[in-house]
Design a protein around this ligand. Structure first.
Ligand SMILES: *Cc1c(COP(=O)(O)O)cnc(C)c1O
Length: 236
C-alpha cells in the first residue's frame, strides 16, 4: 500500500510548486488531510508518513476514528479538525473530541461549543465558515455578517478564533477560482485588522481541484481529500 505515501508526496509537491509560483513561503500553508469515508487504517498509514492534521465531516464517523487512533502510540498526537456541518445536538461530541472546528456559522453553535469544551482540554480552535460565493451549499454566514459574528466568537473564553473558512462552489479555470478566493482573502484581511489578534492567522480554503488558486489568493490551510485518499464512495 505505497499509493497513499505517493499521493501525499504528490500533494506536498503541488503545494510547494504553488507557493513558489505565488512567491509564498511553503511553511505558511498547512495541509489538512480530509479522511472522511476512509478507515482508521488509511489515516494511520498517512500519519506514518508524517501527516499530522486530519479533517472529518461526519461527527459520528470522525469520533469513532479519533477514539480508535488515540489508543495507538504513533497516532495518539494527531490533530483533528471538524469540517462538516454541526447540529446543536452534536456540539458536545465535537467539543469533547476535536481540536479544531472550521464550520462555526452561528453564535448559538459557538456558545454551545464554548460551554461544553471540557476543562482539561485546551481551548477549541475555531474558524468561521463564510458563504463567500452565495453558493448552493447554504452553509456559512453571509460575508456582510462575518465581522459581527467574529467579534462575538472572539469573546468566548473556551474558544480561540483562528480565522475564516470557505467552500465555494466549483468553478472552471484558474482565474475564476482565484477571483472567488480573493474575495475570501479580502474579507479575512478586513476582519483581521479589526480583531487585531495574532491568533487570527488561518484562512482555510482550497481543496483537490483548486488548491493552487487558493494558495495564490492567500490560503494558509488547504483541505485535501481525493488527491490523498482517492475517490470516495458514499454508502447512505
Ligand atoms: C470533502 C471536503 C474536502 C476535500 O475535498 P476534495 O475535493 O476531496 O479534496 C475539503 N473540505 C470540505 C469541507 C470537505 O467536505
Amino acid at each position: 500500500m505505497t499509493h497513499l505515501r505517493d499521493n501525499l508526496s504528490h500533494v506536498q509537491a503541488r503545494i510547494a510548486a504553488a507557493c513558489l509560483a505565488s512567491a509564498r513561503t511553503v511553511d505558511r500553508v498547512q495541509l489538512l488531510a480530509v479522511s472522511k469515508t476512509f478507515g482508521a487504517e488509511d489515516v494511520s498509514e498517512v500519519a506514518a508518513c508524517g501527516q499530522r492534521d486530519f479533517g472529518e465531516n461526519y461527527i459520528q464517523e470522525g469520533v469513532e476514528k479519533i477514539t480508535k487512533l488515540a489508543a495507538q502510540t504513533h497516532t495518539s498526537a494527531l490533530v483533528w479538525h471538524c469540517i462538516g456541518p454541526i447540529q446543536s445536538n452534536k456540539t458536545k461530541l465535537v467539543s469533547e473530541h476535536f481540536d479544531w472546528v472550521h464550520t462555526v456559522d452561528r453564535l448559538k453553535i459557538a456558545q454551545r461549543l464554548n460551554e461544553q469544551r471540557p476543562a482539561h482540554l485546551p481551548a477549541l480552535q475555531v474558524c468561521i465558515q463564510v458563504n463567500i460565493d452565495g453558493g448552493d451549499s447554504k452553509s456559512g454566514v453571509a460575508p456582510t455578517e462575518a465581522l459581527a459574528l467574529a467579534l462575538e466568537v472572539a469573546k468566548l473564553p473556551r474558544l480561540t478564533l483562528r480565522g475564516l473558512m470557505t467552500i465555494p462552489d466549483p468553478v472552471d479555470g484558474f482565474e475564476a477560482q482565484v477571483a472567488v478566493h480573493n474575495k475570501a482573502r479580502a474579507l479575512f484581511d478586513e476582519v483581521r485588522v479589526v480583531l487585531n489578534s495574532p491568533q487570527f492567522d488561518t484562512l482555510s480554503m482550497g481543496m483537490t481541484g483548486d488548491l493552487e488558486a487558493a494558495i495564490h489568493a492567500g490560503s494558509t490551510m488547504v483541505r485535501v481529500g481525493t488527491a490523498i485518499f482517492g475517490g470516495r464512495t458514499y454508502t447512505g
